[in-house]
Design a binder for this molecule. Structure first.
Ligand SMILES: [Zn+2]
Length: 268
């Protein structure tokens, strides 16, 4: 499942081929993914110049000179493929640039989405309106303010998109491990000095994953190049029963219906 680093890597890869290019062809090969494609998608994008790309939480943003922004979400299984040699069954949306680059949004499980939002209304778009700050931008003081008075476990609060946007299960587990914070700790009970360890840990796990994904960008223009998935090495995530570097054992608990991995010796 694509997490924030994969989306960031995807956006950077797409920027290589889309930034400053004109979209000359758009073809939706079905009417919907998780929800319908905009009916006027082709009309609004065909001929548009891509003026910039960006990311908000786990959404990719493609800005055009028509004051529209294409907002995509990769859902559970989405990825963009560039200059595919053959069309695949799950290539649901195709685009071509004035340079002849062919892009396809592939999404076998179809939990992804594509929307067109007037660029100036992006911050008021329903999915964005209530989002907390970006995890790569947040400072410890700001996180402290947002956690103030909260009695829920820090693990669940960091997954709450209103507190901090786009941080997925994997990176919350890894960041709490790196900061030495027990996942069941009440969020509001964490001192500023502990949050001053947590915030760099969040930045670190995300930056390292983005850097790892960046190495896949070398292949971005290759035939059948696929953006957005890369292998990662985790300290605790999905390592139940395995050894922590301290000599302890990684444990798994369930919080809010999702697995949390942690080391009881390292995290308090
Ligand atoms: Zn440990």
């Amino acid at each position: 499942m694509p997490e924030l680093p994969e989306v960031e890597t995807t956006v950077r890869g797409l920027a290589h081929v889309l930034q400053g290019r004109r979209i000359v062809r758009v073809e939706a090969r079905r009417a919907d993914l998780r929800r319908s494609f905009p009916q006027d998608l082709g009309q609004r994008l065909t001929g548009a110049l891509v003026t910039g790309l960006g990311r908000r939480a786990k959404y990719g943003l493609i800005h055009t000179d028509r004051d529209d922004t294409m907002v995509f979400h990769l859902g559970m299984s989405g990825s963009w493929r560039i200059n595919h040699a053959t069309l695949e069954k799950h290539d649901h949306l195709l685009m071509e640039t004035d340079e002849g680059t062919r892009l396809s949004l592939n999404d076998p499980r179809r939990f992804g989405s594509v929307d067109l939002v007037p660029t100036e209304q992006l911050s008021d778009w329903p999915a964005f309106k209530a989002l907390g700050p970006e995890p790569l931008d947040i400072a410890a003081q700001e996180l402290r303010r947002r956690l103030n008075g909260r009695t829920a476990p820090i693990k669940l609060l960091l997954l709450n998109q209103r507190i901090i946007a786009g941080l997925g299960n994997i990176y919350v587990c890894e960041a709490l491990y790196r900061a030495g914070i027990h996942p069941k700790r009440a969020g509001g009970s964490l001192s500023l000095s502990r949050l001053q360890r947590l915030v760099p840990a969040i930045h670190g796990v995300l930056d390292e994953a983005i850097a790892a994904g960046g190495s896949t960008l070398r292949d971005f223009a290759a035939p059948d190049g696929e953006l957005g998935y890369f292998s990662k090495n985790f300290s605790v995530y999905d390592r139940e029963g395995k050894a922590c570097s301290c000599g302890g054992v990684v444990r798994r608990i369930v919080q809010g219906g999702r697995s949390t991995f942690y080391c009881a010796r390292c995290q308090h």
